[in-house]
Write a protein that binds this ligand. Sequence first.
Ligand SMILES: Cc1ncc(C[n+]2csc(CCOP(=O)(O)OP(=O)(O)O)c2C)c(N)n1
Ligand SMILES: [Mg+2]
Length: 461
Amino acid sequence: MAPSRSATSSTRFLLRAVHSTAFRLQSTPAPQGHLPGHPNSPFLTSLEDSFFDKVRANAASSKSPDGRPGDGIPTYRLLDGTGKLLEGVTEEMIDIGKEEAVRMYEKMLMLPAIDVILYNAQRQGRISFMMTSHGEEGAIIGSAAALALQDEVFAQYREMGVLLWRDFPLDLVMNQVFGTEGDLGKARQMPIHFGSTKHHFHTISSPLATQIPQAAGAGFALKRTKGREDNVVICYFGEGAASEGDFHAGMNLAATKKSPVIFFVRNNGFAISTPASEQFCGDGIASRGPGYGMLTIRVDGNDALAVRSAVKSAKAKALKYHRPILIEAMTYRVGHHSTSDDSSAYRSKKAVEDWKRIDNPLHRMRNFLTDRGWWSDEREEEIKKHYRSEVIAAMGRAEKRKRPSLSSMFEDTYAEIPEHLQEQRAELARLVHLYGKSEQWSKELPKYVDEGKDLEQYRRE
Ligand SMILES: Cc1ncc(C[n+]2csc(CCOP(=O)(O)OP(=O)(O)O)c2C)c(N)n1
Ligand SMILES: [Mg+2]
């Protein structure tokens, strides 16, 4: 019987792990790690050499003996798998001081602190839905740290860290997730579908890839707006979303309109249960960049410093040359897709544990800081405790707040409420009037501001 896919891939994984350990012992103390789906991608530490915008026909046809895509597109990284600078990497290349590096790591730690508590809150039935960022902390915070606070963000859903980097308050995180009257979006979105004008973070939409053409348009608008010439758009999406038609529409629009947009694809190995190996046939998503005439770079998404420097450089190039840039960040989705998913149905728990050990973005950043004397075990404990109590306190506050008033759900889309919405509002008013005192409704209504009484004025009979 043919071995199952997971058995085959875990065998491959083990072989690679053994090979890389043996290699390390024999020749170099710097573990190179590997990347999901692209174990043969060579690592580059030169930023300039890592950008490309031409299809290299001869490279594309080379295959390794077992059919994997040969050397493929290289991956830019600065740190090795343990957080040590790779050979030849200078201070100038990392270009970061203590304050910013520590802040990056602290924000990276804040993500799992929130994720663990909200994931459990969903399991306890306190919120309806949750998506975590486990494993992608380096890609998200590294990219956020490279940008100005006014650069416009179009996110997919796994990028709460960008808001945290921009000091989006924990209370607003909780108000959104719990759908309270304090939510900026008035509780009209599913949990984790954030949006904040003040933080230049455009509201997340559930339909995949819709943000890509929107980002292309926003980039074009930025270019035409006086005073915004120094800003870019960053558009995040998963490698799965890159299979949507909107990906093509957005990439082509941005390229032809020369919009200053950084398309940041998080290649985390999965679109829910579908592994990247079954989603597309090319060399990742980076291989598509030259097809759009787009300057492109593949970066180790678990190396927060490499991500930061790639995004900084991408921004500079987008502004200097008036063109969009594609960044493919290679990472791994450690958590389940969402709370509606159980990933043990399609990947082994052991494979996840192995990926967590190799190239872990949190460990690498912690070691980097510790080696410089910028971090200590005591500080680690202290900040983790601090986050835990802050997150729990903010959750407690949100849980006590009311939901927005029932009548507010009909507002804000139109300046004047059109007749069909007025009819629906009158119907809700009728139902609340009729059933409001029933056992179930009388328990539910007090959870809303005005307890449904605000609707009475709209009753038509
Ligand atoms: C147009 C559309 N099709 C399907 C879905 C269902 N769906 C939600 S997330 C997802 C997978 C996305 O994978 P990827 O883009 O790689 O992001 P990741 O979850 O890995 O971060 C799918 C298929 C959707 N939301 N929208
Ligand atoms: Mg994915």
